[in-house]
Design a protein around this ligand. Structure first.
Ligand SMILES: Cc1ncc(COP(=O)(O)O)c(C=O)c1O
Length: 404
């Protein structure tokens, strides 16, 4: 079956954050929203049909976790990543931020230090602070690389290893974003191994957020699989939410191979009833971690990748002045989020935000919210029909006409 990702679905008035909360979030209800990380594509139709069937059962009472949920999750990890885990090593959480929030409360005490790698998904910092811990930043380095295929310069993020080792000493936890958001960096095996050896050396528990991994365009390696010891020192968070555009169902999973860690976290979650899903929560995994889901995902990834290439080409063709590209991007290796680089314009962050909001009439994520290193950037969500993406890029071009 061929899925149609060009189809425009009117989400306005459906109580969704992306389209219905722009007034309170950005002060303007008439922006084209390309910020929060869900996609404007239809959630797989076969899955919507399964939900309808369930609702037609007529009673929305308490749900429970069926065995097929655990079987689907473990089978997916094995088939997609060669990661063999048992059902007894996984757990449910109603969202990854929620999961990280609880893991921090369960495994740290007030005043403990937790390392992150900004610019990074901003709820990490918020959750560390909310748990009473201290944020330790290991900022990523923005590097330029030569893209051999088109002989141009592309941006990417890399780890500052000296700083990583210096800063992680004395930390209790490290929240790894694998793949990274924003920037879409898929960490290589050697990078993950190096991180693991340093975390093991200093006994730092790793919370690995792998929510974007199924949308990787290059090989994703679950952090817990780099070696057996690291498998014992990691809680991995994963979900069908980004992969299959069903974030509103609040259904995520976590994996801890270490029995003590698993028991401690499970008991903590059960005590507060934090791991109870709603009546539809256990549906995504068994329905979507399947061959049908795989086929939808294959087509969605191809469409997203073409959107990324479209954006890259548009920026090169429309934002170049002399031999300088005034708006460029970090080339994502995963997912549908593009970190746009406006630094060559040499304007303040406030000016940049104003141009995007008031002249381009777009709702994008301000790069600065991702922490140090986000200055001069805005995050663009390209999980949308190409016609919408083209409209957004044209709006940016029009808004920047005085600079081009
Ligand atoms: C890296 C990362 N983790 C977690 C989330 C949110 O996950 P959830 O909705 O399950 O809390 C996002 C959403 O953008 C994300 O990019």
């Amino acid at each position: 079956m061929k899925y149609n990702f060009d189809k425009i679905i009117n989400r306005k008035g459906t109580d969704c954050i992306k389209w219905d909360c722009n007034k309170e979030r950005f002060g303007d209800d008439h922006l084209l929203p390309m910020w929060i990380a869900d996609m404007d594509f239809q959630t797989p139709k076969f899955f919507l049909d399964a939900i309808k069937k369930k609702i037609d059962g007529g009673v929305l009472g308490y749900g429970c976790r069926p065995a097929r949920w655990g079987n689907a999750v473990t089978k997916w990890f094995k088939e997609e990543y060669g990661w063999e885990i048992r059902c007894s090593q996984i757990g449910f959480v109603p969202g990854i931020v929620v999961g990280i929030c609880h893991a921090l409360r369960c495994f740290t005490k007030k005043g403990d230090r937790v390392l992150i790698q900004p610019p990074v998904y901003y709820p990490f910092k918020n959750q560390i602070l909310a748990a009473g811990c201290k944020v330790v930043n290991n900022p990523l380095k923005l590097v330029t690389k030569k893209d051999k295929s088109c002989n141009t310069i592309v941006y990417d993020f890399e780890i500052d290893w000296e700083d990583f080792e210096k800063k992680i000493k004395g930390c209790k936890c490290f929240i790894l974003c694998n793949p990274h958001n924003p920037g879409g960096r898929v960490w290589s095996r050697s990078e993950l191994k190096k991180m693991a050896s340093i975390c093991l050396k200093y006994k730092v528990l790793v919370l690995s957020d792998e929510i974007h991994c199924d949308l990787s365009f290059s090989k994703h390696i679950p952090f817990a699989t780099v070696n057996k010891q690291q498998g014992q020192n990691t809680i991995t968070f994963h979900a069908p939410s980004k992969t299959f555009n069903c974030a509103g169902l609040c259904a995520s999973e976590w994996v801890a191979e270490n029995l003590d860690i698993h028991t401690k976290f499970s008991e903590y979650l059960s005590a507060g009833e934090f791991a109870s899903g709603h009546t539809l929560s256990f549906m995504p995994a068994p329905e979507l971690y399947t061959n049908k889901g795989r086929e939808w995902l294959k087509q969605a990834k191809k469409y997203i990748w073409d959107n990324i290439i479209f954006t890259e080409k548009y920026l090169k063709e429309n934002f170049t002045k002399g031999n300088q590209q005034l708006v460029s991007m970090v080339q994502p290796h995963a997912s549908f989020l593009i970190f746009l680089n406006f630094r060559a314009l040499e304007i303040s962050q406030q000016e940049l935000v104003d141009i995007i909001l008031k002249k381009a009439h777009l709702a994008l994520n301000d790069g600065i919210t991702f922490g140090p290193g986000g200055e001069g950037f805005m995050r663009l969500n390209v999980g949308c029909p190409r016609s919408v993406l083209e409209k957004a890029l044209k709006s940016i071009k029009k808004a920047l006409k005085n600079y081009l």
